[in-house]
Design a protein around this ligand. Structure first.
Ligand SMILES: [Zn+2]
Length: 214
């Protein structure tokens, strides 16, 4: 996602976040008050996934609480909730429809990161599972794996660092997947959830891949 796109998205996010942060007196402009929650999702399927993970992962709850106390938030969206206009006001596509998920930190002018966007391509994941005639539990487990990777692997490190130094990368060329920052974090939470261990950077560790690409 380009920097321009991310900045435009910031306006959307601040609107969403302000609807979540309620009942607070106006804080000084340079300090972020603790938020009621550090994980915001409007979509019910995404919210249910956040709830499932939070109920069973102490690592997840600890990170979410630290971000909340700093007034920082991950906003989890579906692609249709990402509305971006170009300089002429035309609606432009901001999300590659062939990608399952994407993370975009939204730095402020002073370079602090208080918001990270996480876009999860639910329509694509649902279509892939429909094709495999998955059971609901198999779909939910794959959704949770994706959200653990994107939110705990990528978004939380930005929120905990408070700036772009929190970048937690995927495997670099030549690096073992299990040595990469994002995969190590993902595997720690997967272990708590009983969702298997990820040893590669392809989609092989998702349930749907077992039939699709075996
Ligand atoms: Zn990743």
């Amino acid at each position: 996602m380009s920097r321009t796109t991310a900045l435009v998205l910031a306006a959307l996010v601040s609107t969403m976040a302000s609807s979540v942060v309620q009942g607070q007196s106006s804080p000084p402009a340079d300090s972020a008050p603790a938020s009621p929650t550090s994980l915001v999702a409007v979509n019910r399927t995404l919210q249910a996934s956040l709830d499932r993970i939070g109920a069973r992962s102490a690592l997840w709850r600890e990170a979410a609480d630290a971000a909340r106390q700093n007034g920082r938030q991950a906003v989890i969206l579906t692609p249709d909730q990402v509305v971006v206009a170009d300089s002429a006001g035309r609606r432009v596509r901001a999300f590659d429809p062939g990608v399952l998920a994407e993370v975009a930190p939204v730095p402020r002018p002073d370079s602090e990161v208080r918001v990270v966007l996480v876009v999860v391509n639910l329509p694509l994941l649902e279509a892939l599972h429909d094709r495999q005639r998955s059971l609901p539990g198999e779909f939910h487990a794959d959704l949770d794996r994706i959200i653990v990777h994107e939110v705990y692997g990528h978004a939380m490190p930005y929120l905990l660092a408070g700036d772009l130094t929190g970048r937690c990368p995927d495997p670099q060329p030549g690096q073992r997947a299990s040595d990469a920052c994002a995969i190590q974090r993902e595997n720690a939470v997967r272990a708590e959830l009983g969702l298997g261990r990820r040893n590669d950077y392809s989609l092989q560790s998702l349930w749907l891949a077992r039939r699709e690409w075996r």
